[in-house]
Design a protein around this ligand. Structure first.
Ligand code: HEC
Ligand code: HEC
Ligand code: HEC
Ligand code: HEC
Ligand code: HEC
Ligand code: HEC
Ligand code: HEC
Ligand code: HEC
Length: 387
């Protein structure tokens, strides 16, 4: 007993030293904690218990790695944890529950849970709208306390419209030209009470084909002649990016000419010949409906070279965005540069969203991509020279 008393007495006498030691210990402990929080939020950690390849239950990490969100650095807890400190902590507690369950339930029970996810609970639509609309973001930001001190994930930095604009994303509740398609989210969601997952079922963990998605529209747009809704045969009523590419218009600040076939009077359904059987996408062999067999090689040549260019520019885009953010952090005037970036991104997305890698209009696709490259280079060199 005496020894504890002595210890306190000693502490009292050396109060400054003791305080310093305490602060150091707390800092170290806090740091280790933050490191643990970081580590246990990484997809590599989730992979330990969600290890399968492909799609579906247990393959959540692998499917994420091959998704657009994975590419864009949107990580597990950006979707599976709500914004804010409390949201983050709740997600971490969920992780503890996962670990407990891992140890206590059978393999079959785990599969059963993973194969029947409660989507609305896992990632509510409100949460998607935090990143994908301005109003949803601003309302939420008013309500919750976001993390400012430690940077844990992308989500807490998401502030719209800036975030969207930097990524070249539309405000889905305000814009009706989205992902290359004419589609009014707000109207369809309000009138028909759709959930995001009703149409975006291919998102992240599940395989989803574009044909499935189009079939979703067809249920209403097939025979709906009384309404102003575009009918099935009116391809361009929905497919704006493809319509623009065929006509050689639509890119900002880039002149173009009609595609070879469109210019010769060939319409959508003269190439897309099997639409009424639900086969929307023509194969490369379809070129031989009108041309010699060798034209298949022209298709391959167009599409592989354009796809390569697009991939290169997507990497360059990341570099340009980082350079611009870096310049912002140093409080430089980047207004003009961001505007150029947004124009280039819009143009790049037009070619990407057309989805044919130049098959609809090889010349125009190529001209647009050249202009995107020139814009990106100009931004980088301007930033460098004013540094
Ligand atoms: C120690 C093993 C383990 C680790 C590590 C782990 N999980 Fe899980 N996870 C499980 C088990 C077991 C289940 C099924 C039981 C349950 O719902 O907790 C599960 C279920 C889930 C579910 C579905 C929950 C539901 O209610 O349907 C999500 C989402 C999830 N995990 C995400 C993650 C994320 C994100 C990470 C990484 C940050 C992660 N898990 C790391 C074992 C783990
Ligand atoms: C863009 C948002 C998003 C990201 C990022 C994301 N998920 Fe999911 N996740 C979902 C949605 C939505 C569901 C609901 C069911 C579905 O659509 O598959 C889900 C479901 C799940 C489930 C339940 C079982 C299943 O297969 O449906 C698990 C486990 C899971 N996610 C783990 C992860 C892990 C691990 C990561 C990171 C490697 C991750 N998720 C990244 C949106 C996301
Ligand atoms: C942390 C912010 C964030 C959250 C949360 C988020 N997204 Fe995204 N989403 C992005 C970014 C960034 C991209 C851009 C990817 C790219 O560069 O093409 C994207 C792309 C998309 C795309 C187009 C690419 C694709 O995979 O088809 C869709 C659709 C989409 N998101 C829907 C959703 C839905 C539905 C949810 C909710 C389950 C959601 N997002 C949650 C940031 C987010
Ligand atoms: C009735 C179907 C439907 C519903 C419901 C729906 N979407 Fe979409 N969404 C589409 C279509 C069609 C597109 C354009 C084509 C594409 O990119 O797949 C699109 C495009 C998007 C894009 C733009 C992708 C890009 O590349 O720019 C985002 C982001 C998105 N949706 C998010 C959401 C979110 C979040 C919800 C829920 C609030 C939602 N969507 C509900 C059909 C739907
Ligand atoms: C539940 C039925 C339903 C589904 C499913 C549906 N739509 Fe519609 N859509 C309608 C109706 C009804 C209208 C007409 C509204 C009006 O009269 O203005 C409409 C209108 C439109 C319009 C014209 C909008 C305008 O401003 O005039 C477009 C474009 C459109 N839909 C695209 C799509 C796409 C793309 C999909 C699939 C992702 C889809 N719709 C799925 C019922 C549906
Ligand atoms: C009511 C709106 C609407 C109309 C009208 C429409 N589509 Fe679509 N179509 C869609 C949507 C939405 C998708 C999915 C796009 C995505 O996910 O990026 C799609 C997908 C496609 C695909 C890709 C299929 C795949 O699996 O790769 C092709 C090809 C296509 N449409 C051709 C056509 C043609 C040709 C016409 C005219 C005969 C037409 N569409 C009319 C909405 C429509
Ligand atoms: C010269 C023939 C030809 C004409 C004309 C044509 N297409 Fe296509 N289209 C194709 C081929 C071939 C593909 C498949 C390309 C591929 O698989 O890479 C395709 C693919 C598509 C896709 C799928 C894109 C994706 O995202 O995967 C859509 C949508 C589409 N076309 C719509 C249209 C529309 C709308 C028109 C008219 C404005 C049109 N097409 C005119 C040949 C044509
Ligand atoms: C419905 C008939 C039709 C289809 C299908 C079609 N074309 Fe054409 N194509 C034409 C016509 C008509 C012209 C213009 C007249 C001409 O110069 O031969 C043309 C011109 C061309 C030209 C420039 C002139 C030439 O003959 O070299 C090329 C290259 C070409 N097409 C490639 C393709 C490729 C690749 C495909 C498949 C994606 C394709 N076409 C599909 C009808 C078609």
């Amino acid at each position: 007993m005496a020894s504890i008393k002595d210890f306190f007495a000693w502490c009292k006498r050396h109060i400054v030293l003791v305080t310093i030691i305490c602060v150091v210990l707390m800092t170290v402990f806090g740091f280790v904690n933050v490191q643990i929080l970081h580590m246990t939020s990484e997809p590599e950690f989730c992979h330990m218990c969600h290890p399968a390849k492909g799609f579906g239950p247990l393959a959540e990490v692998d499917s994420w790695e091959h998704s657009a969100h994975g590419d864009a650095g949107v990580s597990c807890l950006d979707c599976h944890g709500r914004p804010g400190v409390v949201g983050y902590m709740k997600a971490k507690l969920g992780g503890l529950k996962d670990t407990y369950m891992q140890l206590t339930i059978s393999k079959e029970e785990k599969l059963e849970i993973l194969a029947n996810p409660d989507s609305e609970h896992l990632v509510p639509d409100q949460h998607c709208l935090f990143c994908h609309s301005d109003e949803g973001n601003q309302e939420y930001r008013k309500k919750v306390k976001l993390m400012k001190i430690v940077k844990m994930r992308m989500l807490d930095d998401v502030k719209n419209p800036e975030f969207r604009e930097h990524k070249g994303l539309p405000d889905i509740m305000a814009d009706t030209y989205v992902g290359g398609t004419q589609f009014d989210h707000a109207m369809h969601i309000e009138n028909f009470e759709f959930k995001c997952g009703d149409c975006h079922f291919g998102l992240v963990h599940q395989p989803g084909t574009k044909t499935d998605r189009m079939n979703k529209c067809v249920t209403c747009h097939q025979e709906n002649e009384g309404s102003s809704a575009p009918q099935m045969a009116d391809c361009q009523g929905c497919h704006e990016a493809q319509y623009d590419m065929n006509r050689g218009v639509g890119a900002k600040g880039v002149e173009g000419e009609e595609g070879l076939m469109w210019g010769a009077g060939i319409g959508c359904q003269e190439c897309h010949t099997a639409v009424d059987q639900g086969l929307y996408r023509p194969s490369k062999e379809s070129c031989t409906d009108c041309h010699e067999a060798e034209y298949v090689e022209i298709f391959d040549d167009w599409s592989s070279s354009t796809a390569k260019e697009i991939a290169g520019l997507r990497e360059m885009r990341v570099e340009v965005e980082e350079a611009l953010r870096g310049a912002d952090a140093r409080k430089r005037d980047t207004k003009g540069a961001w505007e150029r970036y947004q124009k280039a991104l819009f143009n790049l997305k037009l070619v990407r969203n057309d989805g044919t890698s130049g098959v609809h209009n090889r010349e125009y696709a190529s001209t647009i991509l050249d202009s995107v490259r020139a814009d990106f280079k100009k931004i980088l060199s301007d930033l460098e020279s004013s540094w």
